[in-house]
Design a protein around this ligand. Structure first.
Ligand SMILES: [Zn+2]
Ligand SMILES: [Zn+2]
Length: 418
């Protein structure tokens, strides 16, 4: 048990430090001990090491370390994914063998299924093409989403790929490709999360969160059962015991059943994080946006608050330059606004400004439309069934949606609502 106990403790420490490294810079945690520890890890320790290295090797070691760190952060490599797989499998090896004899048949069946699912979806997220944009598939990628003339404007080229950037795409400097509907590059799957693998990533989060939550529940029940053998009056909630007795009894159980205890504790600590991450992605889907776009929207919010953002009407019947604007085939609606920022806080001028009518200053995000938000269920469908086309939806002159139904030929025909 000695070495396994050490491994269990190392796992706990590493997970805690990983948590601090990833989440310590969140504004909400800035003034907490976690924020302070984050600064120690990322600022003070590297600073102290640099000044020591300056004295010992005139900075040669730091130059080498900076290069290695640059490679680690900017190149595709499976280091973090291997860490993730090890964390999963070592925890399972620690937990399952001692827990197996104590588990009921149904516990065992659930465990086998839940253990497999994160691996399956990790594999699917990691090996699926997230939506690489190549010269061969560029025309198709351009047809996925229309430009919203707010966060995505037509005619912009990727400087690396030398291709026009389709709406909602972004170049990933780690994958060295433009990716369709890029959400973010995820180091845990060593791949981008984009148009074609976003659903696998969501399932990975969901089943990993379910696994850790189930392990927390199962571990607590099993340990409680073992405590009851020693103390027949024991209940999970600790009724009839003082706080210190309660703490001591759990401490005894954790020591006596270190392997189950350490993994249960680890799962208890990590479950809220994974559910939180899944919740954040569900929120993004609800809002009809992606991690990448949410950053663009928050930049816009700042521009608007400063009074530098303007919008005006964009006619859906306007003449489109098809060399830069795609003929999109899936999305049910077209942008009816153009939103621009100006350097001087004055309305946009010049003959090139697109749109019609006067410019209206916008002060907040609520005043502009998000073209990519069709409502939660349609947004979710777009994520879960990435090849699905939506029925066309048009707007009348008052901006009210006109409901549509497929015509008998399979095309779409607009029918006025009301
Ligand atoms: Zn690119
Ligand atoms: Zn990437």
């Amino acid at each position: 048990m000695g070495p396994l106990k050490t491994i269990a403790i190392i796992i706990l420490v590493i997970s805690f430090l990983t948590f601090v490294a990833f989440f310590g810079r969140l504004p909400a945690l800035r003034n907490t001990p976690i924020g302070a520890l984050h600064r120690v890890i990322w600022l003070h320790i590297p600073g102290a090491m640099r000044s020591m290295d300056q004295r010992l090797s005139q900075g040669r070691l730091s130059t080498w370390m900076a290069k290695a760190a640059h490679t680690l952060w900017n190149d595709r490599h499976p280091l973090v994914m291997i860490f993730f797989i090890l964390l999963l499998s070592v925890s399972e090896i620690l937990f399952i063998p001692p827990a197996w004899p104590l588990m009921s048949i149904s516990d065992r069946a659930i465990t086998i299924n839940l253990v497999l699912l994160p691996y399956i979806f990790l594999y699917a997220s990691a090996v699926t093409d997230p939506g690489y944009i190549t010269p061969e598939n560029h025309a198709h990628q351009m047809s996925l989403y229309p430009y919203d003339f707010t966060i995505f404007h037509p005619g912009q080229k990727c400087h690396t790929c030398h291709l026009l950037k389709p709406a909602r795409s972004k170049h990933c400097s780690i994958c060295k490709h433009c990716i369709a509907k890029l959400d973010h590059h995820c180091i845990f799957i060593n791949n981008c999360v984009g148009y074609r693998n976003q659903h696998y990533f969501l399932f990975l989060l969901f089943f990993t969160a379910t696994l850790t939550t189930y392990a927390t529940y199962l571990g607590t029940c099993l340990l409680s059962g073992q405590i009851r053998k020693e103390i027949p009056a024991w209940k999970i909630g600790g009724e009839g015991f003082t706080w210190s007795q309660y703490g001591n009894i759990w401490a005894w159980a954790l020591q006596e059943y270190t392997r189950i205890g350490a993994v249960t504790l680890l799962c208890f600590l990590t479950s809220p994080l994974i559910w939180g991450l899944l919740g954040y992605h569900i929120y993004l889907i609800w809002a009809g946006t992606t991690t990448n776009e949410s950053m663009k929207w928050s930049d816009w919010a700042a521009e608007m608050a400063d009074g530098y953002a303007f919008k005006r009407r964009l006619s859906p019947d306007r003449h489109k330059d098809e060399t830069i604007e795609p003929v999109w085939t899936r999305w049910p609606c077209d942008s009816e606004q153009v939103v621009l920022r100006t350097e001087d806080g004055m309305p946009p001028r010049g003959p090139h400004a697109i749109g019609e009518g006067g410019w209206e200053r916008v002060w907040k995000l609520a005043d502009v439309e998000n073209l990519y938000d069709l409502g939660f269920w349609d947004n979710l469908t777009d994520v879960l069934r990435p090849r699905y086309g939506f029925r066309h939806r048009e707007h009348n002159s008052n901006g009210q949606a006109i409901r549509s139904r497929p015509s008998s030929s399979g095309d779409v025909a607009a029918v006025a609502d009301q």
